[in-house]
Design a protein around this ligand. Structure first.
Ligand code: HEC
Ligand code: HEC
Ligand code: HEC
Ligand code: HEC
Ligand code: HEC
Ligand code: HEC
Length: 490
């Protein structure tokens, strides 16, 4: 600053300080980086998740930081000059549109701000879409989400985006999910995530707002046929067919009888339950809240909860997820995945002992995928190696400790408690009513047996025949006590 009286218009700009200069350089570089990245990203078809993060999250962050530095520097410089020459610089800047310089500055600032706002709007829109995309959810943290992503790609919902089930519509959950999402990004970067990722998700959005947008409970499902083909762990991989008529039912009397399996989600009553473990596999207390305001409480014979525990616990309200907990991420068990490959012809059932060898190879305790693939190559006949390795890569994730074991599927009762968490015949009300355990209440077996000759077919339903002779043990014990997803009885 000169010692003579300064003429205001020739005073050095407030931006002439190191902070603002650094800011200007940073912002300019970031601005050009954003432009270049947008061009590159568009040439790549906006398909690469890492690119997207860089373009719409990282680079703009630098741009904003640069602009902030510019203003901070200018404010700081102004303060400094006021301190050097008290009284000479007024408390607030003077803007006078009669001065051509002020008009020019105003126009330039307005135009630049407008252009920047438009770019930010476009960028935010891209970012928004990008963070909603399956690539973002599934591939950005790819080791962590690999199990969920892979299973999603192979399931019935491969074309339903992660966000449609995990976030749903509306601003409230969007904000909530972005908040917890930011923590997840931090956890991923800081290596603080648990393996396996725990299930169930404690604060998953209620199914009414997600699943029911596509599958509304009033929609009638009727009955559906399930054709399960099994192979025995013997030398000839003996086939055993079970054809079940599932009484899925519906919840709308207009479309048929409201009952069957989907009775649980009928709008005229609700079901609450208390589970005593994290994974909701042990359920000693169930309450049906009837339409007329009465309730029926069913309690397990074993492990009854004390009145105090019940009073101090908030029960969970049953919805779709309590049965369909693996609609998108189903890790198929070794036994079932090998059965599926054999019945589809991807594995050759004429190879002796193949079912047994393949299941044994898949159930090994592996520390890494590479180790497993190597071991599989030595454990199964050469003709089956590639397919068994493929099964492993689609359903087993040693790096995340994710396999069918950690993620019980609640539909059915053969390898997990599933429906038997309540329907084990041991949940009773005070009046002696029991939650049904009758084999025909949920399905009827319309065909079963080995090959085509021994196959019995009946529209009325057959009594279950266990494929190998175990006497009446299948009546006395739950299937899951012997069947765990590997080889039964071992
Ligand atoms: C059809 C709906 C649906 C879609 C689509 C979906 N999920 Fe899920 N997801 C679920 C349900 C249901 C659960 C289990 C919730 C529970 O039991 O509490 C779950 C659980 C998870 C879990 C917790 C671990 C586990 O397996 O229980 C993660 C992580 C996850 N999903 C990530 C994703 C990612 C990533 C995508 C997209 C690639 C995705 N999800 C797509 C419904 C879905
Ligand atoms: C965006 C729409 C959409 C949402 C949301 C959705 N689904 Fe689906 N669902 C589908 C479609 C499409 C199919 C495939 C239909 C078919 O195969 O006929 C399907 C199939 C299914 C099936 C039967 C197929 C199978 O083998 O698994 C079940 C069960 C199911 N969904 C449950 C759920 C549950 C539970 C949720 C919530 C966690 C959910 N869906 C959310 C669209 C959706
Ligand atoms: C009490 C457990 C239970 C509840 C609760 C439940 N379901 Fe189901 N659902 C089943 C069973 C069991 C099947 C037959 C599955 C099978 O055989 O693979 C089924 C089948 C389905 C199917 C496939 C129908 C077909 O024709 O193949 C869809 C879709 C479905 N459920 C959606 C839902 C939705 C949406 C909800 C929540 C409104 C829901 N379910 C609640 C147990 C349940
Ligand atoms: C949280 C406990 C619970 C679970 C888990 C459960 N149910 Fe139920 N279910 C009930 C209760 C309670 C009733 C009503 C019992 C009564 O009033 O007699 C019921 C009734 C039924 C009925 C008879 C409906 C009618 O028409 O009257 C069927 C069928 C059924 N459940 C199938 C299933 C299937 C299949 C599964 C597993 C996919 C399952 N349930 C899982 C609690 C449960
Ligand atoms: C509460 C409802 C319910 C009851 C009670 C019930 N089941 Fe099931 N069962 C299911 C469901 C759900 C499935 C899964 C169907 C599917 O998607 O494969 C199933 C599957 C099966 C299968 C096919 C298993 C496979 O892997 O191929 C057999 C066999 C079977 N049940 C036999 C029985 C027998 C025997 C009883 C009586 C001791 C019984 N069930 C009682 C609901 C029930
Ligand atoms: C006491 C133990 C035990 C009980 C209980 C039991 N099983 Fe089995 N099961 C076995 C054995 C052992 C085999 C023969 C294993 C093999 O050859 O793969 C077998 C084989 C099977 C097979 C053909 C091979 C396979 O694993 O796919 C089916 C299907 C089957 N059982 C269904 C059931 C059902 C459904 C129930 C419940 C209603 C049940 N089992 C209860 C021990 C049991």
């Amino acid at each position: 600053m000169s010692t003579t009286t300064p003429i205001p218009s020739t005073k050095p700009s407030l931006l002439q300080n190191w902070i603002s200069l650094t800011g200007i350089i940073l912002a300019t570089c970031a601005f050009f980086a954003v432009l270049c990245l947008i061009v590159i990203d568009s040439m790549a078809g906006f398909g690469n998740p890492y690119m997207g993060i860089l373009t719409y999250v990282v680079a703009p962050a630098f741009l904003v930081a640069g602009l902030l530095l510019v203003s901070i520097g200018a404010l700081w410089e102004r303060q400094r000059r006021r301190r050097l020459a008290p009284g000479e610089i007024p408390a607030h800047p003077r803007i006078d549109f009669n001065l051509p310089k002020h008009r020019r500055v105003f126009i330039v600032v307005s135009v630049v701000t407008f252009v920047f706002l438009m770019l930010t709007a476009f960028g935010s829109y891209q970012t928004y879409h990008f963070t909603e995309s399956v690539q973002f959810c599934g591939q950005v943290c790819h080791t962590i989400m690999k199990p969920e992503f892979t299973a999603h790609q192979h399931g019935a919902h491969a074309r339903v985006t992660c966000a449609e089930c995990h976030i749903g519509a509306g601003a409230g959950w969007f904000v909530k999910s972005k908040l917890s999402g930011s923590y997840q990004v931090y956890a991923a970067l800081a290596d603080k995530y648990p393996t396996p990722i725990p299930t169930p998700i404690q604060n998953l959005r209620p199914a009414q707002d997600t699943c029911e947008q596509c599958h509304w409970p009033q929609k009638f499902y009727g009955e559906a046929v399930r054709d399960n083909v099994h192979y025995m762990a013997d030398e000839s991989n003996t086939v055993w067919n079970i054809k079940l008529l599932m009484k899925i039912g519906g919840a709308n009397p207009k479309h048929g009888e409201a009952g069957g399996i989907h009775w649980h989600v009928s709008p005229d009553h609700t079901i609450d339950y208390i589970a005593t473990d994290e994974k909701r596999q042990t359920i000693p207390w169930v309450r049906v809240n009837n339409a007329d305001g009465t309730t029926t409480i069913f309690e397990a014979e074993e492990g009854k909860l004390s009145a105090e525990t019940i009073a101090n616990t908030t029960p969970r309200r049953m919805d779709c997820i309590d049965c369909h907990n693996r609609p998108a991420h189903n890790y198929v068990s070794p036994s079932k995945s090998v059965d599926l490959a054999l019945s589809a012809g991807r594995l050759d059932p004429t190879i002796p002992n193949l079912k047994k060898l393949a299941v044994e190879a898949l159930t090994g305790d592996y520390k890494s995928t590479a180790e497993a693939l190597q071991s599989i190559a030595t454990k199964v006949p050469p003709a089956a190696v590639a397919e068994v390795q493929k099964i492993f890569q689609e359903n087993f994730f040693p790096e995340m400790k994710a396999t069918w074991r950690q993620y019980p599927n609640n539909i059915g009762h053969t390898i997990f408690p599933g429906c038997y968490r309540c329907h084990d015949g041991k949940h009773k009300s005070t009046t002696g009513k029991v939650i049904s355990h009758d084999c025909n209440s949920c399905h009827s077996i319309i065909a079963q047996g080995s090959g085509t000759e021994g196959r019995k077919i009946s529209a009325a339903g057959l009594e279950f025949i266990h494929p190998v002779d175990i006497g009446d043990m299948w009546k006395e014990q739950n299937c899951a006590e012997c069947h765990t997803g590997g080889l039964a009885g071992q």
